[in-house]
Design a protein around this ligand. Structure first.
Ligand code: ADP
Ligand code: MG
Ligand code: MG
Length: 504
């Protein structure tokens, strides 16, 4: 990291400099919607729901190796193709679902939704993925390279705030950093473009266009299926506004209101998903694209009717982002099977030999915890108080806060029946080189060592019954940074913060 020696980064700030920079960030963030709704403690004093606060963010872009950044972006289209092809392979997913479903009702229920629709026949073959592949930089004998943390196939968030964060740091680099007493430390920063908002919106628009006109002459629309009380709403709004700018009507619909606000006419074999806006029930739209920013975890399925709601979306003619199969392609179990050394699974889904090598290079060791020979070996590591320190154990869950780290692994395994261990995977911890930065969170500064996680967005539209792609793009990036004492890095969950890369 020659251009930004870690001993000099971030630049030391005196109190006045710090106050000035913080004020600049606070104002720019609100003026440009780099914001979230306040946490309950503050929101309790906001009965009209008018408050927005700064999204947590670093004062400076974090130094990030250019070669790793280029590598991660270059590989995204191959990753899009890989996961679309997995979604197309029902037999492959079925086998993995059966391996985890015994210890995981949520996955079993998702599979049931798919089977119910399969029985009556899918009426929509197009499938949309707004993906995000997450990496950390890993240092080994081959030098610095990216290793994949996970691949998200549902509700990949922060694309709407991420391009804003890049813009914030660019603004500061043009206006505030040069005025610091040590401007040389951060002069001529290499801050790459970040089109995450428009890139994701373009993916949604591609699906909206591919749906075509309604056979019943209704106006068509995109519906964002969202959680009640979502605090990360501006992230979603940025995508919505960018999509609306392309001319597509967009509505937000709480996941809990799908069955009240949408319907499929019983006698119509095309099964259009009709949406009735609550503020004007005389209007009927036909949903071209159902974009799920909810429904990724058990919390959204508190009652059987929530499963009926998911079924209604899945069986309809709307293009789902994602379908159940695409959601299941994002299981950590899938990632583990792909990463198994010597397996030819990956080559089935990535036909191009160069892409195959490039994708495989991003894998780290991931083991099953089932009763296969490999699983029994991994169980020894997971239950050993010393060996477990190098691992994270993951269930088939999304959204942060679900994993078990290091010494907590044996404890958790003891708490669940051995027959359910196979519903988890055991993954080697990636240890990125140390970086320091300053995080501004809820108006307070946190200074020290940080860990950066790079996400690359991908947008992909494909026909489940075909082999090609109607749209396949790399769509911008996310840099999420957390204090190096924190295990989890979710911004919404309160541990991580928004950041951008300064390439070195
Ligand atoms: P989720 O789908 O809930 O986001 P992740 O697999 O991304 O689950 O894990 C959550 C967080 O845990 C990551 O953002 C990262 O900070 C940390 N983490 C996960 N796997 C690893 C790993 N192999 N090495 C280091 N940190 C990890
Ligand atoms: Mg994650
Ligand atoms: Mg995830």
């Amino acid at each position: 990291m020659a251009a930004l020696p870690s001993s000099m980064f971030p630049p030391a700030l005196d109190t006045l400099e710090q106050d000035n920079l913080v004020q600049a960030i606070k104002d720019w963030s609100i003026a440009n919607g780099l914001a979230v709704r306040p946490p309950p403690a503050i929101a309790g004093n906001d009965p009209e729901g008018i408050l927005a606060i700064n999204a947590p963010v670093t004062l400076f872009p974090s130094p990030f190796p250019k070669a790793c950044f280029v590598q991660a972006k270059a590989i995204q289209q191959a990753y899009n193709e890989l996961y679309a092809n997995i979604s197309r392979d029902e037999g492959f997913l079925n086998a993995l679902v059966q391996e985890v479903a015994g210890g995981d009702d949520f996955i079993a229920n998702l599979w049931d939704v798919h089977l119910r629709v399969k029985k009556e026949g899918y009426v929509q073959n197009l499938s949309l993925g707004l993906f995000r592949s997450d990496y950390m930089v890993h240092h080994d004998s081959d030098g610095l390279q990216i290793k994949q943390v996970e691949f998200n196939t549902i509700a990949s968030s922060f694309g709407g705030l991420s391009s804003q964060t890049s813009s914030l740091h660019r603004h500061l680099a043009a206006t505030e950093y040069p005025l610091l007493q040590h401007p040389a430390v951060i002069s001529s920063l290499d801050l790459p473009d970040n089109n995450s908002t428009t890139g994701l919106a373009a993916g949604l628009k591609a699906a909206f266009d591919a749906y075509g006109p309604s056979p019943n002459s209704h106006p068509t629309c995109v519906v964002f299926l969202v959680q009640d009380g979502e605090r990360n709403i501006f992230d979603q709004r940025h995508l919505e506004y960018a999509l609306a700018d392309t001319g597509a009507p967009v509505f937000r619909l709480p996941f809990s209101q799908i069955l009240t606000r949408t319907s499929i006419p019983p006698a119509d074999p095309l099964r259009p998903l009709l949406y009735h806006p609550p503020h004007n029930p005389s209007l009927t739209f036909e949903v071209a694209v159902a974009y799920l920013r909810a429904g990724y975890g058990p919390g959204d399925y508190a009652s059987p009717s929530a499963w009926e709601a998911r079924y209604q979306v899945e069986r309809s003619r709307a293009i789902a982002c994602p379908t159940v199969l695409t959601q299941l392609a994002g299981m950590k179990k899938v990632q583990q099977v792909l990463a198994t050394p010597g397996s030819d699974t990956l080559s089935r889904f990535v036909p191009d030999p160069n892409s195959l090598i490039a994708v495989r290079r991003t894998f780290t060791n991931i083991f099953p915890l089932d009763s296969t020979p490999a699983g029994l070996e991994a169980r020894k590591l997971a239950t050993d108080p010393e060996a477990c320190q190098r691992y994270v154990m993951k269930p088939q869950r999304e959204g942060g806060g679900n994993n078990f780290y290091r010494g907590a692994i044996p404890e958790q395994l003891r708490a669940i029946p051995e027959s359910h261990w196979g519903a988890h995977i055991l993954m080697e911890l990636i240890t990125p080189p140390p970086v320091a930065n300053v995080i501004l969170r809820n108006g307070k500064l946190e200074q020290g060592g940080v860990i950066c996680e790079l996400g690359v967005y991908g947008t992909c539209l494909w026909d489940q019954t075909g082999t090609g792609f109607l749209h396949n793009e790399e769509s911008g990036y996310l840099l999420r940074t957390k204090g190096d004492q924190s295990e989890e890095g979710g911004v919404a969950a309160g541990y991580g913060c928004m950041d951008s890369v300064a390439l070195v």
